[in-house]
Structure formats: C-alpha cells, structure tokens
Design a protein around this ligand. Structure first.
Ligand SMILES: Nc1ncnc2c1ncn2[C@@H]1O[C@H](COP(=O)(O)OP(=O)(O)OP(=O)(O)O)[C@@H](O)[C@H]1O
Ligand SMILES: [Mg+2]
Length: 297
C-alpha cells in the first residue's frame, strides 16, 4: 500500500480540507445577544466540554462570549483558566447576595473575547439557601435579572452567552431556562442517550408555558461519537430522525485531545487546534452562528 491511499493520509487530507474551509468562513454576528443554556440532566454527556469549546470556537470567529458557570463543580471555570477557589466571588454571590455580575466577571486566559462568571463550591448550597429565604418570590428569575442588568451595563456588547448547567433539573437549571432564549442539548452517542429526554422536553415546555415563552430547543449537538461502533451511528440516526431541524450536521468525535485539554487549563481549540475534536467544535460553532442568522436569532 502506498502512503497516498493509506487511512492516515486520507485523515490528514480530510483535516487539512476542513481546516481550510473553517478558515474561509466568517459567520455573521447575531442581531442581539443570543443567550443559550447548555443543558441535559444526564451527567457526563459533554455539557461543560461543549460550553467551553464552543465559546473558544466562537471567539476564534470574532464573537464576544460570556460563559456563566452554573455548576458547583466549576469545571467550565477551570477549563477557561479562571480562578474559582473559595473566596473568589462568582455566580453564588450574584444569585444569593445580589452582587452585580459586573463585579465577578473575569477574563479567560483562553481568549480575551471570552469573559466568565465563575462558580465556586459555595454554589452547592445555593439552591437550599434561595428556597428557604422567604422574601425570594422571584427565585426563578434571579439569573435573568442579574444577566439583563449586566448586559444593559455593557450596552449588550456580547454576542453569545453560554450557560453551563449542572446535571439536574433543579433551581439552578430553571434559572438558566428562564434567563435563556435557547437551549442547546448535548447528547452523548451511547446506549442510554435518549433516556430521560422526554422528561427534559416536557420541562422545557412547562417553562415555555409559564415562565419564559421565548425559550426554544434550538440546537442538539451529538458528542463523544465513536465511528467504530454501530451503536453510535444508530444513536445519530435516531436523534436526526426525531429532531431533524435542531440537530447540527457537525458531530463531536470521542477524542483524547478534548478530554486532556482541561488539565492544561485550556480548551481543545488552543490546546490542539488541528485535532479532530477542535475541528468538529469549530464546525459546530460556525453552524450555530449560520443557523441562528437563518432563523433570525
Ligand atoms: N469529545 C470528547 N472526547 C473525549 N472525551 C470527552 C469528550 N467530550 C467530553 N469528554 C469527557 O467526558 C467527561 C464528561 O464530559 P463533561 O464534563 O463535558 O460532561 P458534563 O455533561 O458537563 O458532565 P456533568 O453532568 O458532570 O456536568 C469528561 O471527562 C470529558 O473530558
Ligand atoms: Mg459539566
């Protein structure tokens, strides 16, 4: 077999072609700030990984991005190189003490077009604190009000707000659904992928009906795809059949560069720009921007 026809050569040629296509694209900026909640009550499906890598990919394409870390684990803060140890003010102080978001945002080391509202472990106690403080009748709108005040103070000078949700449908996620105009649902290409999905969709409908009529499930992103398994392609086919309009063409492959990037305090976009994971997240970001423009978002 000569090199030209080897799988490695084909893969390289494919990456080079896709990177060139990415470089050529200038996706449009949204007309107004898009506020996207990255949610799935299932744990470990790629919510945080998708939030930080899409943020970095959008920034590469010239977008200003605010990432709100709404998970007490603080993984998005870590991946974006932002301090979030105890004592650092973050989303906890915003939600429980009414601290202005402007006072807690930090610049990401990843890209100066990315700012982050960090989460510390304090956030783990926030849900109970909020529901037990009786004067907090507007508990579901705490994030929305804080975010709108912040966006007004910076004259809306942010193109995308990405909210990294915890793996539950509790008070924090409800706050994200009320603050957002869109939901981005990452689905892991594995056996139980669709389990619990109808529950999530029902909850989104409930929020639409009562608290936030603007909310739409705009985007589904397939993650951790392993091309060697038949199961993964079956999941892709199932999701596309049920959600043809929402599912992005871009699929995120399972890729070790993606999982190791956070240990360098980085996203895969800067850690290994030409890796399959980085390329796929860049393609997904461009698609999100282009589809948004088509739908007037
Ligand atoms: N494309 C990928 N390739 C390889 N590993 C991945 C990929 N995407 C995510 N992972 C790994 O899978 C694990 C779960 O991902 P991640 O933390 O993004 O999920 P999550 O939905 O945010 O989890 P949680 O529900 O705990 O918040 C992490 O260890 C991450 O590094
Ligand atoms: Mg997470």
């Amino acid at each position: 077999m000569n090199f030209e026809s080897s799988p490695i050569h084909r893969e390289l040629a494919d990456s080079t072609r896709r990177l060139a296509a990415i470089r050529e694209q200038t996706p449009p900026k949204p007309g107004r700030t898009r506020i996207i909640s990255v949610s799935n009550q299932k744990g470990g499906v790629g919510k945080t990984t998708s939030t930080v890598n899409l943020a970095a990919a959008l920034a590469v394409k010239g977008m200003k991005v605010l990432v709100i870390d709404l998970d007490p684990q603080g993984n998005a803060s870590t991946a974006l190189g932002v301090a979030h140890h105890e004592g650092i003010p973050g989303i906890y102080e915003v939600l429980t003490e009414g601290k202005p978001m402007a006072e807690v945002v930090q610049k990401s080391t990843e890209d100066d077009k990315i700012t982050v509202v960090p989460a510390t472990i304090d956030l783990a106690g926030a849900e109970i604190e909020i529901v037990t403080s009786i004067e907090q009748l507007q508990w579901h709108a705490l994030l929305k009000n804080a975010l709108h005040t912040y966006l007004a103070s910076i004259q809306g000078n942010v193109d995308y707000v990405l909210i990294d949700c915890p793996p539950s449908l509790g008070l924090l996620t409800v706050n994200a659904f009320v603050a957002a105009t869109e939901v981005l649902l990452p689905i892991q290409c594995e056996y139980y992928a669709l389990e619990g999905l109808s529950q999530l969709l029902r909850n989104i409908e409930r929020i639409q009906a009562s608290l936030n009529p603007e909310l739409v499930l705009s985007t589904i992103l397939l993650t951790m795809y392993d091309s060697r398994t038949k199961l993964a392609s079956q999941v892709v086919a199932d999701v596309r059949e049920h959600f043809p309009a929402q599912t992005l063409d871009a699929i995120i492959p399972r890729n070790v560069r993606v999982s190791e990037a956070p240990s360098f305090g980085r996203t895969v976009i800067t850690h290994e720009p030409s890796s399959p994971g980085s390329i796929a997240y860049l393609e997904a970001a461009i698609e999100i921007a282009n589809k948004g423009a088509q739908h007037g978002r």
